[in-house]
Design a protein around this ligand. Sequence first.
Ligand code: HEM
Length: 380
Amino acid sequence: MDEMSRDIMNPFPWYKRMRSENPVYYDPEYRLVNVFRYTDVKETLGNFNKFSSQFGKAFNPAGGPISESIINLDPPKHTKLRNIVSRAFTPRTIEKMAPQIREIAESLLNAKKGHEVDIIKEFTSPLPITVIATMLGIPLKDMDMFKKWSDTIVGGSETSFTNFPKTIEDMKGYFQKLMIEKEKNPDESLVYSVLNAEVDGEKLTMMESLGFFILLLVAGNETTTNLLSNALLTFSENPGTYEAMRDDSKLIPQALEEVLRYRSPVQSIYRVARDDTDLSGVPIRKGSIMVPWIGSANRDESIFEDADKFIIGRKENRHIAFGEGIHYCLGAPLARLEAKIAMEYMTENFGSYEILRNRKMIPQESTIVYGFKELWVKLN
Ligand code: HEM
């Protein structure tokens, strides 16, 4: 970082200053090249010939399955694996989930009217975890165990760090059994369809499939949780927004797109420079770790008018909250659907809500994901 430290809940003034004074900034302390402007962030994320997603195991505590997964691969291997998993993760598969997502939302928030709840614990966290577990075909009896694994994997706390290797081993064992089971008894689950999806006669290996399943937890759960809790905070700061969506549910998708821009659930991503190169004229050494700040790109005043304002009806919202190029978020349609159904359910069932600022508002301690660990809300 530089002398003006990054405020975890409000990094936006820092980004603004960096866009103007130091848009491609080498941080000698952490040896990172920080990238702040929209066009440069897009270039860093999208130009895989210059910037690789492959870090090797040293950078990845999960090692094994995760480093074999698409998010950490470059073409040609990325292209091959992504083509195969895309066959299983189709918009149709996702659209089919709508009624179940609604049921899950209902089961979590039913009878909560008038209550004060930690909305993360009660709703925004269990929702995506239960959705993905259902899609994978995890039996109901294993759901609690699955939730615990998911918490450990994305947890970031000391206990979760200690439990991490064991959890990966446990998940490996579990998924291996589940995969054998699904081969014997084919069904419509994601586990079965990923195992059997093929492109040009090629399928994923067991390890690659496992990497993909674990990646879905890592990439899909906390991000969606954060989108929803960031949405609740943002709507509460902009009076009239919730009421407008309550009166006209067609406004919900565009309001969520603006939250994705305004408070991006993923603020930064990593890449590594393949060779000596440059970015907007700044020389970059081969092997440099690049940090494209999505959270800053989405506030770039040269792209977005009144970038620091939340505008529900923003025209041409070209945010890059789901990334750019070949690694563009595979789960974007699912995240959008979950968030839409969640907000529909809320606006249909609660006339209003208030954020309880006298209770704890605990932010995520991360430069990568942005949101809350705990957020208390009264549902009216
Ligand atoms: C609001 C919620 C979400 C946000 C903001 C988000 C954001 C992102 C971003 C920025 C990337 C690009 C990473 C890169 O360039 O290195 C990405 C990739 C990915 N996301 Fe999401 N994501 C969300 C939800 C989900 C969900 C629900 C799933 C699946 C269940 C998912 C699965 C993936 C996968 C598999 C990739 C890797 C794609 C590839 O490398 O080809 N994401 N996501």
